[in-house]
Design a protein around this ligand. Structure first.
Ligand SMILES: [Zn+2]
Length: 367
């Protein structure tokens, strides 16, 4: 089955400009070259077997399942008026509304392609990013919450009952966290540097009401690199996936945990992103669940291009037939603590690491 890369030229027209004036002006970190550098890197690698698909604009009724029409209209007006700052760092230009509609539309189209069996893995590459956006508030460079609308669509229109979202952007995905806070249909798991913008996502935030236990926050200290991040994926996130058994896996794929990133202080490498992707792809293969990633942050241009390529490479590499599911990464103290803490909600995590299981012992890899 195909691997699909979703994109739209309007991503280049969301103009965030520059702060300040003259020689002292600095480019806004969330700018159009983020997209071109990804495309250049992938083009040089012949698109890694991914088929390029042009994303439609999201249907406004689909958008309204997360963002009230009043808010959507306010963003549209701000753009039509020529653009403005919505907060200190989040701004819109004349064409930002179109870009944002296509960014959500890409994520929603991706869900259809995955659930219809037209793609086994996909990557939606747009800007603006989405995971900080609240239902009625833009923040952190985000206007609409692309991945949350896509997950909501999977539940409402496609009648799924369980969607898992893994957010590995270095910043906490506060918008997604908020939108599904009371839901047990979405298991939201975020690994993020703490303290750091937006200063939410404490380990003690586990969701509320019916959704208690279905919000999993895994804060890591500045300096955390591949060892810590991959350990959390393999020893915490993967066992959670086996316990939750999602029908769709979505990744909020930000690349600002990279060691070169100017906006944060973590130390993940391209190989780290590849290892995280491989671990998630493996559990998805065992559970026969499609997997889709949505671009969030990532502000070191070279690192961003190479890291997205590493993700696509890992997504399009089927696990070896005899691959076991046993973790390759060491169990770090931070992952051990998280397992102990989460065992209250997920008793499967209280036991030691899962015994190795043959790839063939399940019903088969994803088609
Ligand atoms: Zn970020």
């Amino acid at each position: 089955m195909a691997y699909v890369f979703l994109e739209h030229p309007s991503s280049l027209e969301h103009d965030t400009g520059a702060y300040g004036a003259g020689a002292s002006s600095i480019l806004h970190p969330e700018h159009a070259r983020r997209i071109t550098v990804i495309e250049r890197e992938l083009s040089a690698r012949d698109w890694l077997a991914f088929e390029r698909v042009r994303s439609p604009a999201v249907d406004r009724s689909v958008l309204r399942a997360v963002h009230p029409e009043r808010y959507v209209a306010s963003i549209e007006r701000a753009c039509r008026s020529g653009g403005m700052f919505l907060d200190e760092e989040t701004l819109v230009s004349e064409r930002s509304f179109e870009a944002a509609l296509h960014a959500v539309g890409g994520a929603v189209r991706m869900v259809d392609l995955l659930l219809d069996g037209d793609a086994s893995a996909a990557f939606s590459s747009h800007r603006p990013p989405g995971h900080h956006a609240l239902p009625s508030q833009a923040m952190g460079f985000c206007l609409f919450n692309n991945i949350a609308v896509a997950a909501r669509y999977a539940l409402d229109a496609r009648r799924l009952e369980r969607v898992m979202i893994i957010d590995w952007d270095v910043h906490h995905g506060n918008g997604t966290n908020h939108i599904f806070h009371t839901s047990r249909q979405v298991l939201f798991v975020s690994i993020h540097q703490s303290p750091l913008f937006p200063f939410t996502g404490a380990a003690a935030d586990v969701g509320e009401g019916e959704g208690e236990g279905f919000t999993v926050n895994l804060p890591v200290p500045a300096g955390a690199g591949d060892e810590v991040w991959v350990s959390l994926i393999e020893h915490v996130v993967v066992p959670l996936a086996y316990a939750f058994e999602p029908e769709l896996m979505l990744i909020s794929a930000g690349y600002d945990a990279h060691r070169d990133d100017p906006l944060a202080d973590c130390a993940v490498t391209e190989e780290g992103f590849a290892a995280m992707t491989r671990a998630i792809a493996r559990v998805c293969a065992h559970l026969a669940v499609p997997i889709g990633a949505v671009l969030e942050g990532g502000y070191a241009l070279g690192a961003l291009g190479r890291s997205v390529a590493a993700t696509l490479q890992a997504l399009s590499t089927e696990p070896a037939p005899d691959a076991t599911t046993s973790p390759a990464a060491a169990l770090t103290p931070i992952a051990r603590l998280a397992r102990t803490r989460l065992a209250e909600f997920w008793p499967q995590l209280s036991a030691g690491p899962r015994p190795a299981r043959s790839h063939r012992s399940r019903t088969g890899p994803r088609a």
